[in-house]
Ligand binder design. Structure first.
Ligand code: ZN
Ligand code: ZN
Ligand code: FE
Length: 737
């Protein structure tokens, strides 16, 4: 008996070789029908004997291309149509654009082989790619993902490229950015050279390598924007980059030519190796192993080196020419958005870069390098951008059309639609006009790609966040979502957790519903109801925002709370500080665990200020690197006074900072266990920037799992404010339903 079946696939199925895979499978089984990209993903009809159709459906799932992700599959049985062959049809320009747009994928081993083979026509060609690799999200102007809808539309394929593109058995069959030295984009350098042809690529790369050798700063147009490159071994060069980029102490990311070199400088676990080599090719935070060579200026106050491997052919070729670690940081000044356009880069980076490595393939939208780390053997994305965005987060409930605008720092926005939430790439801190413009572009962009019309807008409760202000002026029905509830909901969503659970939200700052600054909160969550069942004992932040940067102020505030002015350490600032505290001048109340970390780092003399967010906490975590102890301090019910007493006495007795740091972390973990016992929920969610701390997460996991709790942490979505748009969308949907 014959049957015809229609299959619709929604997910990341375009641009990964799915249609050729379907074509080959149908040919092999002798089935007739068609397949095409649609705006909802991919649709196909298959016709033949029932048993063979069933085998086709089984193998469709089991053998699908590795880079594809399928979120939904609908199969309907139709009456036979009498197809004569199997064919690939042109795309359906339909209206419901929920297709999974794929992220940019790192160059695959076959393409690396092509560019290193002198006999290959793509030998040393910087824009080599195939269906398994290459740019996607950053060249896509519209969906469906077809060449005319990409920034490659201006490049007409030569005969040989066209042949590859049209041949189903070819690795470049329907590879939208397919190109070669004859027909594709080229590189050149500025000032000086004009566009390169053929062997001129070599001279460009040699010039850039020579510039790096001499300590010059190179602005290189990459995949998701410009990067600033400098020799990471050269103190003077790295210091100069810091000065010109106006970046005081925030660590720089490194690119290293090979995994072997990463192993030479860092301790790398198998999970970390896998992440470095994955198609997303993110920056991975690794512990340096102490070998000299990398300039101290790269990451002075960080216990980690952020390292990535080359992920585009241009990076591979450059690293062959200059086989040493280079700083590879976003092409911007200070915290502005990354530059993507050639002219924009000349204007904005002209004062920083000595040399530009340009190319003529336009970048459709900015996409920074992603940042990840391994915690308890699992991946945690800390900055979600290149390689991950805009893959949707599948959720278990049907959502109305909600636009969630995220927080103020580490901003990312999200749109919710059906059972998917599309989280934008990392937008950044919204402190500058440029950043706010990028934020608005990200909203327009995501809405346009997915033809999305928001019915509601969800935002933070903080009236001063640029995202909240945008939401208020959007004219859409507004749903304010409490910051820490959004953190918890985001983690629950990505772990597909519903019903009731305990949510722990610890971070630096976020506005609470009582007008104070929260950041050490426990919520009992029952469906859509959040009950704040515990929190850190409140204290004051003398100087408000200034206290966020200057941890010694937090330390002084704790001591003042315990012992009055007597307790505060003598310093030229003491009278001024005590006056502020006594008269409650600019001293907002907080329950922030992030600030408690800062205070403890200052009490033990490890760090008195944060040159970048989370620095003091990172330094505390580093102290425990090689320590195994269950010793702890008292922190009864979140009251830090006994803890501070114990720390001060340890400091007086000359106890090593590493022991103090370990006992402090353990005290926090024990407090979570204590509250979990009281809450009586099996499932415990950990969210907020504090849980970027691998030691704390592993300690909590061990303690709770030993007693039968299930601990859920972030993996795909950042635990920091980069993830709250997801939680905002979920909570807003709960309020709306
Ligand atoms: Zn490839
Ligand atoms: Zn060509
Ligand atoms: Fe937060």
């Amino acid at each position: 008996m014959c049957e015809r079946v229609r299959v619709s696939l929604a997910g990341a199925v375009q641009g990964v070789g799915f249609r050729p895979f379907v074509y080959r499978l149908a040919q092999e089984l002798g089935l007739k029908g068609w397949v095409m990209n649609s705006s909802t993903g991919l649709v196909l009809e298959i016709e033949g004997p029932v048993e063979l159709v069933q085998r086709f459906l089984d193998r469709l799932d089991a053998e699908r291309p590795p880079a594809s992700v399928i979120f939904a599959r609908e199969v309907s049985i139709l009456s036979p149509a009498g197809f004569e062959r199997f064919e690939i049809l042109p795309s359906d320009p339909g209206v419901d654009k929920t297709a999974g747009v794929l992220p940019d994928l790192a160059t695959c081993p076959l393409c690396i082989a092509d560019i290193t083979d002198p006999a290959n026509r793509r030998f040393r060609y910087p824009f080599t790619n195939c269906t398994n690799c290459g740019p996607r999200f950053t060249i896509l102007r519209d969906i469906p993902y077809d060449r005319p809808n990409t920034t490659m539309s201006a490049f007409a394929m030569c005969d040989r490229c066209q042949q590859e593109y049209s041949e189903p058995s070819n690795r470049r069959f329907h590879a939208q950015p397919n190109a070669c030295p004859v027909c594709g984009p080229h590189i050149w350098i500025e000032p000086g050279h004009s566009k390169s042809e053929g062997s001129a690529t070599d001279s460009c790369l040699r010039t850039v390598a020579e510039a790096l050798r001499r300590g010059r700063i190179v602005a290189m147009k990459g995949i998701g924007g410009f990067q600033l490159l400098v020799d990471a071994r050269n103190d003077e060069a790295v210091t100069r980059l810091r000065r010109l980029k106006h970046r005081e102490e925030k660590p720089f990311a490194l690119m290293m030519p090979s995994l072997n070199m990463v192993r030479f400088y860092c301790v790398v676990s198998p999970a970390e190796e896998q992440l470095l080599l994955s198609p997303a090719a993110p920056i991975v935070l690794l512990r340096p192993n102490g070998r000299p060579g990398i300039s101290q200026q790269v990451a002075r106050f960080s216990p980690f080196l952020g390292v990535m491997l080359p992920y585009s052919p241009l990076h591979h070729l450059l690293m062959q020419e200059f086989p040493y670690p280079v700083v590879a940081t976003s092409g911007n000044q200070s915290d502005e958005p990354i530059a993507i356009d050639n002219q924009e880069a000349r204007e904005r980076l002209g004062a920083v870069a000595d040399l530009f490595l340009m190319h003529d393939r336009p970048i459709a939208r900015p996409c920074d390098d992603s940042v990840t780390r391994i915690q308890c053997g699992r991946q945690t994305v800390l900055r979600r951008a290149r390689g991950y965005a805009p893959l949707p987060i599948p959720v278990s409930i049907n959502l109305p059309h909600i636009l969630a605008v995220g927080g103020h720092l580490k901003n990312a926005i999200a749109i919710a639609k059906g059972r998917q939430v599309f989280l934008s790439q990392h937008v950044g801190d919204l402190d500058t006009a440029e950043a706010r413009a990028a934020f608005e572009r990200a909203i327009e962009d995501l809405c346009r790609i997915y033809q999305f019309r928001p019915e509601y807008v969800a935002c933070d409760l903080h009236p001063d966040y640029a995202s909240t202000q945008w939401a208020c002026s959007s004219g859409l029905p507004l749903i304010g979502v409490q910051h820490h509830q959004a953190h918890v909901a985001a983690c629950a969503a990505e772990n597909n957790l519903r019903g009731s659970y305990l949510g722990v939200a610890w971070d630096g700052t976020g506005l609470g519903t009582d007008g104070t600054i929260w950041g050490g909160e426990f919520f009992l969550v029952q469906g859509t109801t959040f009950t704040r069942i515990a929190h850190l004992r409140p204290f004051r932040l003398p100087g408000g925002e200034t206290a966020v940067k200057e941890g010694w102020r937090c330390a002084a505030a704790l001591l003042w709370e315990m012992h009055g002015s007597e307790g505060v350490a003598e310093s030229p600032y003491k009278p001024f500080l005590c006056k502020m505290l006594t008269h409650s001048i600019n001293t907002p109340i907080t329950t922030s665990v992030g600030r408690l970390f800062d205070a403890v780092a200052s009490l033990i003399g490890l760090a008195h200020r944060n040159y970048f967010e989370g620095q003091a906490a990172m330094q505390l975590e580093r102290e425990i690197a090689n320590l195994h102890t269950a010793e702890t301090y008292p922190l009864p019910g979140g009251d830090w006074a006994p803890l501070v007493d114990a720390i001060q006495s340890d400091v007086r007795n000359g106890v090593a900072p590493s022991w103090i740091a370990a006992r402090f972390h353990n005290a926090l973990a024990c407090w979570i266990l204590e509250v979990a016992g009281q809450a009586g929920e099996k499932d415990v969610i950990l969210s907020g920037g504090v849980f970027q701390n691998a030691y704390l997460v592993s300690r909590v996991r061990t303690l709770l799992e030993e007693r039968g709790f299930r601990v859920h942490t972030h993996q795909c979505v950042p635990p920091n404010d980069g993830g709250i748009a997801l939680g905002q969308a979920l909570i807003a949907a709960g309020i709306q339903r």
